[in-house]
Design a protein around this ligand. Structure first.
Ligand code: NAP
Length: 214
């Protein structure tokens, strides 16, 4: 059990693959919200996503471990990976609250695109009572009209949506997968260990064993 007044960031995401945008986001959240630790939670079987096309959980988990291992304030959790069935965030937060103790404040951090859909997640009103929410965007990225609607909805629940602008979020997992597929370099977009892991395991190529390191 961690200290009773801990503030824990929960980085929810598919991490397919994890990249420097995620790591910079977690580091920025640590500073901005005075968090004690950030727990990376690779998704298991999220409700909105077709599992076909998402890389096996073991690879996404191991890449996240490799990427975070040198930061003493970063950890990786298997809470979503090891759960059977659809993994709703409300359950993830309940399990983590139980693990860390009721005095712990949770800060759920994820991409703004995902947070904009939060009203359609399971049990959204209770979800807002379980954690603070931090939406990561890149500077200048407009959340559009949905932004006002979502902020109004947070205000109705007497909560506020925290927006964290992170220049490094211009890096995207989709782009990295495309770059590997087309033989382009991903050096400096992901930690070196993750870059090596991707090529060693033939991830993101047209078919296994066909892509060479550029
Ligand atoms: P996603 O569609 O893979 O990602 C949406 C956007 O957010 C992408 O631009 C992505 O960039 C970015 N992103 C994802 N995780 C991020 C993070 N931790 N920090 C900064 N940017 C991030 O969304 P997802 O990963 O599936 O879902 C995000 C989280 O919301 C997961 O924990 C998921 O379980 C949860 N969720 C819960 C429900 C529910 O309970 N009903 C429904 C939907 C989502 P990259 O592609 O570059 O990562």
């Amino acid at each position: 059990m961690v200290d009773a007044k801990c503030k824990i960031g929960i980085m929810g995401g598919t991490f397919d693959p994890v990249h420097y945008g995620h790591l910079v986001t977690a580091e920025a959240a640590l500073g901005e919200f005075q968090l004690d630790q950030v727990l990376f939670v690779p998704s298991g079987n999220p409700p909105h996503k077709d599992p076909i096309g998402v890389t096996e959980t073991k690879h996404r988990y191991l890449m996240t471990v490799l990427a975070t291992v040198t930061n003493p304030k970063f950890e990786v959790s298997r809470v979503d990976i090891d759960r059977e069935g659809v993994t709703y965030t409300i359950e993830t937060l309940r399990l983590l609250k139980a693990r860390y103790g009721p005095g712990t404040e949770l800060y759920f951090i994820t991409g703004a695109d995902a947070i904009l859909e939060i009203m359609s997640w399971k049990d959204p009103k209770n979800l807002l009572q379980m954690a603070e929410f931090i939406a990561a965007t890149r500077p200048g990225f407009s959340l559009g009209r949905q932004n006002d609607m979502i902020k109004r909805w947070f205000a109705q629940q007497e909560k506020s949506l925290n927006i964290l602008q992170v220049p490094a979020m211009a890096i995207s997992s989709t782009d990295i997968r495309k770059r590997v597929k087309h033989g382009k370099s991903i050096r400096y977009l992901v930690p070196e260990t993750v870059d090596h892991y991707i090529y060693k395991n033939n991830l993101y190529g047209e078919c296994s064993g066909t892509h060479n390191r550029p």
